[in-house]
Design a protein around this ligand. Sequence first.
Ligand code: PA5
Length: 428
Amino acid sequence: MIEIDISRARSFVKERAYNDSYEKAKQAFEQVKQRNGAGSEWLGWRTLLSDPNDAILEQLDSLATAIREDADVFIVCGIGGSYLGARAVIDALSPFFGTDGPEILYAGNQMSGQYLDELIGYLEEPNAEGESKSVYLNVISKSGTTLETALSFRILRNWMEDRFDDISERIVCTTSEEGGALNELIKKHGFPKFIIPDDVGGRFSVLTPVGLLPIAVAGIDIRSLFYEAVSKFEALEEDPEPVLEYAAVKHALYEQGKAIDLFTTFEPQLNALSGWLQQLLGESEGKENQGMFPAKATYSTDLHSLGQFVQEGPRNMMETFIQVDSMNEQVEVQAEDEDHDGLNYLEGRSFHDINSRALEGTLQAHHEGGVPCVVLTLDKLNAQHIGEFIYLYELLTAVYCYCLDVNPFNQPGVEFYKKEMYQLLGKQ
Ligand code: PA5
């Protein structure tokens, strides 16, 4: 169960402005539902949930089980919407250190030669048993032509070809049904393939094989994740009020001149989830000179770098706190006979309790400092709640973008850097 508390944001908005935005949000939700808004041919992320395909979950599960049994390392090769969702869920639900399955590594999301060189060096080191590492790779690219991903894949594929004689079982491709260079390679090598539905854009694709295969290989229960998203979909179709209110307050704050929405969490394993949100909102709303810049911070670490700015910098920001109610309570402060470090006053209190008080204090301070704050509370960190969270934000993004009157599902601006880069690289 996720609670959304907008009270500390709504207090910054005049009743009339809120009501106007709320009316917009209501119409926007109808546009999503009736499929008559801009980009409505990209609403497949809803169809996935209204009409679940359990056979695909089954296939993903069984392939992931086989990979988990044999792999030391599983490489997720993709960029943007083709990896951020998987990484968000895997980081949120995996231990900080070690794993009971393959180590999940990432490639194809930048073009650092140093990274690739070190990655291959690491893959060539023996595993804990002193044997050659067993490496599997999932290349994920809807277009099949994204340079960062395609380049890294070429290098890693060649390395795997030299190393293993069964690469057609070690490399799995996730791409569009047809077209793109990846489909040519699939034809040539016979790599197993999962399809990214045409009507689902990259940043809305975490609940397709794009996200679900790596998540399953990480040992996370994809059925719980997926079907909780289905339940959230059904609940919000029935009663969209929480999303309408959230979209309304966010839109009213935008109209009031707020230029930044800072997503913050006190749980470091949610850092990548904020990264997923950053892309989901950033690529969806930042167009036609509109939108709030989605920034992210991990507290309390970043309170010691960005906290000053948030507290006393320009009042052009709202903040969205993502908190988790119940976390590890095992680590407690013990009293010492001589209280040299002066910490005995915390005796018997868990780190989670102390961290939660830090969150409460920060929320209060930022709110009093003039920052409108929305608070999202997950009662636990598990696959169900993350599934719920994913659909909640997908719908919020669509509704809020329609309030801004922008198409949430395209990203024309991303093409500009590619055009310049390809010209400099001499691509015909
Ligand atoms: O959200 C998006 O559409 C983008 O972030 C894409 O996912 C990203 O550019 C990668 O594209 P592709 O999957 O075609 O390699």
